[in-house]
Each structure stands twice: as C-alpha cells, then as structure tokens.
Design a protein around this ligand. Structure first.
Ligand SMILES: *Cc1c(COP(=O)(O)O)cnc(C)c1O
Length: 430
C-alpha cells in the first residue's frame, strides 16, 4: 500500500462516504427509497446503457449500499463489489454470473452446509455440475478440472473442522488453467486475510457474520479483484451477445476500464437485476456500523479463540481440539503464513462421551448462546450432530467429516475469564 493511501483502520471508518452535501450529515444516511428520478431522457438512456453510472432503482443499487460496496472493495483491495440479500445469494449469483447449464465448477468439499447443498443438489438440477476436491490436497483441484470447468471455489477456513485452504497453491492451479478462483472468506474477513493478494479473483463475504459482527442482519457481498481476463471463449456468458443485456458482449464490447470489472457488472445487471436478491439499505447501514470496528473486534475474537483452544486442549474431558492458530494444529503452518494477524474466532472440539456428552455440554452453558450462527460479538455454541445435521444418518454424518462429539464454538469478545469459566462449569457437568 502506498504511504499516502489510508490504512485498513482508517478505511474501515471513513471510506466511501463524506458528509452529505445537502444535509451535512456525518453519519451515513439510509436512502430508504425504491427509485431515483432521472435528470433527462438522455440521462435515463445513458444509465440503462452503462454509458453513465447512477441510481435507477434500489434492486440494482442504492447509495447506502454503494458506500458499503466501496468500503468492502477498499478493505479487500478489490476493484468493485456488489452487495446482496445474504452470503448465500452472493455465492449463487457469483456462480450463475460465470457458469450456465452444461458447465462445471470445481469446489472444495469442506463447505458451509448451505453452500454444499447448493452446489451438490441445486446447481445440479440447473445443469451445472460440481466436482468436489480435497482442500488438503491441492492437486486434486487440478485433477477435477475438465474443458467444461468455469471456476474454482474454496472457503478460506472450511467446515466442519476448520481446515485452512492453501489459497496460494490453489490459485496457481487456477491461473495455469485460466480459471477464476472464488474464495468465501467469511471466516477470515479482509482484516485477517489478504485474500486477493494471495490469489483470489473473486472474494465472497457473508456480511451476516464478523463484518456485521453483532448478529443483527443478514447480507452478503461479492468483490471483484478486477484482474481476471474473461476473453477466453470458454466463458460463453462473457463472449456471446448477452440476451439478458441488450446483446452486450461483456469481455469484448466494454471499455478496457469496465472490462476489468466485467464480473461485477454482469453480476449486478443480470442476476441481481433480474432475479432480485437485493440488500435492504437499512441492512447495509447496520453492516457499515459493524465494519467500523472490525479491526478492533477481529484481534479480540482471535485472542479469545486461541485462549479457548489452549484451555480446551489441556482439559481432561476434551478428546480433541481444532483451531488453526493453535500450535500443533494441522493448519498451524498455513495459518502462520496466511493469517499473520490472528486465526479467527471459530474453535471446534470433541467432548469425551460422544453425542450425549455434547448435548449435555451445550445445555449447561450459560454465557454462550445456543444457536445456529457465527461471527457475533457474543459467544455462540452449537452441537451439529443433534441439530443442523440431525436428519443425517450416522454414516452420512461420518462422510461429511463431522463426528458425533463435535461442538462448534464461535468465540465472542467478552472477557476471556468469563468465557473459560462458563466452558469449565459446562464441562464439569458432563
Ligand atoms: C453463514 C455463511 C454463509 C452464508 O451466509 P448467509 O449470510 O447466512 O446467507 C456462507 N459461507 C460461510 C462460510 C458462512 O459462514
């Protein structure tokens, strides 16, 4: 970063907004409107043909959302971002911006549950096939690539056991095959991981989690690094006249400057405009509030999580612990390289006594909330085998890598002694 470019902490608080010129409001205004007036017929026509950028209708874009998009782009070091109604919508719209029926994608198999279902069961019904690779074996991504592959997908830290992806190795494979690497960086955020510098072409964040940081709203965002060349004819959606947008060829007809962000433009003007998973400006405002303190919260989440992992590792009622920042963890070496500022807020572990002990443990917690979310300032816990994965057979649970004793913790920013005291008393009860 050049020395006159504001640094991360400053961007978190200030970027994308200066006091409003009509009201001088210092806080970001919530533009709670569905639509925006045109200055003239020519202005309207220019907006629709992308000759000029501006506000049309809040399904396509809204000034409050735009501040959020600018801020996340700057924090990620990307060129353009598009915010949507959820992290899930960011992933789905990313895939269908690039791939269509008959195409394939290659994805790590250690995914957030909803994403796994989308890739495995829903995209397949839409004619897009997912070939799953093993994140611990980067060459397995290369073996899964065929002439039909259109993108590679990984999570920076995956489920269920928090294995860290070797993003640099997987990025080299993506570059060799001229494929974009999409990274869901929800668990690491732009504060902990320089996802684009490490090789991502598109970064996804579920805003619902640490960026928002307070468990108050659902949202997602996709950031285009602005480096990917879509002119290879295999990217048919970027090279044929697009029937969804006046016959425009995204990789050919745009100016070189706009061609750089062809992904973000097509994402906004094709799936977001026509399928409609837009983010409410009120929610964009909540996420902006959260992002202002991201650089204060992430070090605390990481410190607390490391302390919890160390505490659990020594506990006689604990069978095993996984935390990428814990010395001896299989991901520890990668974490030192990829996550120099901390390894995030997630810890998973096994309680001695299996599924029943896991349930009992969760029920005995007082400070931790028992719920299905992560990335809140408050500490959260869930026992997947008796909740999110309870419909699965013992065999299916095993195949997903989830063990019946696994407890998932999202460590908050409370006082660490209060957190460990709660864990200690809950463990005493099992
Ligand atoms: C929560 C989450 C999602 C989905 O985001 P929503 O905002 O809940 O739709 C995707 N990926 C990861 C890693 C998540 O934690």
């Amino acid at each position: 970063m050049a020395k006159d470019t504001p640094r991360f902490e400053t961007l978190s608080v200030q970027s994308g907004h200066s006091p409003d010129p009509t009201t001088f409001s210092r806080g970001v205004p919530i533009y709670r409107t569905s639509s925006f007036t045109f200055k003239s017929a020519e202005h309207a026509a220019n907006l629709f043909s992308l000759k000029e950028f501006g506000n049309i209708y809040s399904r396509l874009g809204n000034p409050t959302n735009e501040i959020l998009e600018t801020r996340v782009s700057q924090l990620e070091g990307g060129a353009a971002s598009v915010s949507v109604a959820s992290g899930t919508a960011a992933i789905f719209n990313t895939v269908i911006t690039i791939a269509k029926a008959g195409d394939e994608i290659v994805s790590a198999s250690n995914l957030y549950g909803g994403t796994y279902t989308m890739f495995d069961a829903i995209l397949s019904d839409l004619g897009i096939t997912t070939r799953f690779a093993d994140v611990l074996d980067p060459p397995s991504f290369e073996r899964a690539i065929t002439p039909k592959t259109r993108l590679l997908f990984i999570e920076s830290i995956g489920n269920p056991v928090l294995d860290l992806a070797d993003i640099e190795a997987i990025s080299r494979i993506a570059k060799k095959h001229a494929l974009p690497l999409v990274v869901d960086a929800t668990f690491t955020t732009p504060y902990l991981m320089r996802t684009i510098e490490l090789g991502a072409d598109i970064v996804i964040n579920s805003l619902t989690k640490w960026l928002g940081g307070h468990g108050t709203a659902i949202g997602g965002i996709a950031t285009d690094a602005g480096n990917f060349d879509w002119s290879d004819p295999k990217f048919e959606l970027f090279n044929r006249p697009d029937p969804s947008y006046h016959g425009l060829r995204w990789a050919i007809d745009l100016s070189p400057e706009l061609r750089r962000i062809a992904f973000a433009l097509r994402f906004r003007t094709v799936p977001l405009r026509n399928l409609g998973a837009c983010l409410a400006p009120d929610n964009a405002w909540f996420f902006l509030q959260g992002i202002e303190t991201l650089h204060l919260r992430m070090p605390r989440h990481s410190q607390n999580a490391l302390a919890v992992a160390s505490f659990l590792k020594k506990h006689p009622k604990v069978e095993w612990v996984r935390y990428p920042g814990l010395e001896g963890d299989p991901s520890f070496g990668l974490a030192r390289r990829l996550l120099p500022r901390g390894a995030g807020g997630m810890v998973v572990f096994g309680v001695r006594g299996g599924k029943q002990a896991g349930e009992k443990f969760i029920e005995s917690l007082r400070l931790f909330s028992h719920l299905a979310n992560v990335g809140d300032a408050k500490s959260l816990a869930i026992h997947p085998a008796s909740t999110t994965h309870s419909q699965l057979s013992e065999e299916q649970v095993k195949a997903s890598g989830l063990t019946p004793d696994l407890v998932r913790l999202s460590i908050g920013i409370e006082n660490i002694e209060d957190i460990t005291a709660d864990l200690e008393s809950a463990l005493a009860g099992v």
